[in-house]
Write a protein that binds this ligand. Structure first.
Ligand SMILES: *Cc1c(COP(=O)(O)O)cnc(C)c1O
Length: 368
């Protein structure tokens, strides 16, 4: 907790940010000037491309809007009229991609799984083998719905070996979980400013294999969400956005990237998140709570807990009491089980987990 905020956000984003990230917004910027285009936007793009590990292969596009706008821009620009998309659906964000495909009239098929079941690379290989009209595969990496982590590298290997294009919604994992872009055969990866990079909300980003991106010209089903046009203007205009960019948010993101580097990079941040999450789960289990998922399926990002069955339990009251103690948790999003979720990303440390657990112990009196 800090003096600007009465409570810590234990949510999947927007999340608690550092004071220095928020302070970076205390200046106005001209979108025409090099201070902004070169000093901020191009610096961000270079850093993001470096995070892929293969900056010669991948380029970056920043896109106004929440994360979903970038997912929609990506699917609507990458998949052409003669293509067919296979969507892995094991949660609300997989289902959202299905809805986007439906609205945009993208020819698609759904690999439907239960919310507690990770994608099976062998089953996916079978689906691709039996339908050679499938040209693209889209999957969520960390399903923020439950906290489930899909096996990115194993699935990516299958997609790559089958010669299909692989699109990954890594919204809630990029920057917080190391991702080997080449081993995972990633063609397009989508994330946003307000998740593991620990910026504030306002834009999304797509890291794209250049060769695949170049094939997207003229395909977009939308003007403002045209990924290729957005990229071309950024490339040719030296960091220029096509339409008004969220300048303060972008500047805060630049600061957040510097702080990721200062922390020691993605591997070090990942270790902190893992430590947070392990401490959270061990403490909650000791207090009598039951996680929704087996430990092997959990991500170090967010954890779902089954709602207590004791008659005295009421989520809203529990939530308000924890908020009063300085912690905001998240309602559940799983359709078949009553849950609540606790995130552990952002400016959150193991000592915060200890303080949270003490507050949970003090405010779960229905157990008595
Ligand atoms: C946060 C998130 C999104 C995007 O959500 P917005 O509310 O549009 O920012 C998409 N996919 C996943 C997996 C997410 O966690």
């Amino acid at each position: 907790m800090n003096k600007d905020n009465p409570y810590l956000l234990l949510t999947p984003g927007p999340l608690s940010t550092s004071r220095t990230v928020r302070e970076a917004m205390l200046k106005d910027w001209c979108t025409w000037d090099d201070d902004y285009n070169l000093g901020v936007v191009q610096a961000i793009r270079a850093r993001l491309e470096a995070l892929t590990g293969y900056p010669d292969l991948y380029s970056s596009v920043l896109m106004q809007g929440s994360g979903t706008a970038s997912v929609e821009a990506c699917l609507g620009s990458v998949i052409g009229q003669n293509h067919k998309l296979l969507i892995v659906d094991n949660g609300a964000y997989g289902a959202r991609m299905v809805e986007i495909a439906r609205r945009l009239n993208i020819l698609h098929r759904v690999y439907q799984l239960d919310e507690c079941q990770p994608a099976d690379p062998e089953e996916l290989a079978r689906l691709l083998a039996e339908d050679d009209t499938i040209s693209h595969v889209a999957m969520v990496h960390c399903e923020t719905t439950t906290g489930l982590l899909n096996p990115l590298e194993a699935v990516g290997r299958v997609v790559q070996q089958a010669g299909r294009c692989f699109i990954v919604d890594a919204m809630s994992s990029f920057g917080g979980i190391p991702i080997d872009f080449q081993r995972a055969g990633i063609d397009f990866l989508i994330s946003s400013a307000n998740k593991c990079i620990q910026g504030v909300p306002g834009f999304g980003l797509v890291l794209a294999r250049r060769s695949r991106l170049l094939a997207c010209e003229g395909q977009a089903r939308s003007l403002s969400l045209d990924l290729f046009d957005q990229w071309r203007v950024m490339e040719q205009g030296g960091g220029k956005w096509r339409f008004t960019s969220p300048t303060h948010v972008v500047r805060a993101f630049h600061q957040a990237l510097l702080e990721l580097e200062q922390e020691g990079g993605v591997a070090v941040r990942h270790a902190r998140y893992c430590q947070n999450q392990r401490r959270l789960v061990a403490g909650m289990v000791a207090l009598g709570f039951e996680p929704l998922l087996d430990e092997a399926l959990m991500s170090p990002i967010i954890t779902s807990f089954l709602a207590p069955t004791a008659p005295g339990y009421d989520f809203k009251r529990f939530y308000e009491r924890l908020k009063g103690a300085g912690f905001v948790i998240y309602p559940g999003k799983v359709s078949r089980a009553d849950c609540f979720r606790i995130g552990n990303i952002g400016e959150v440390y193991p000592a915060d987990m200890d303080r949270l657990l003490a507050a949970v112990a003090a405010h779960s009196d229905w157990q008595a």
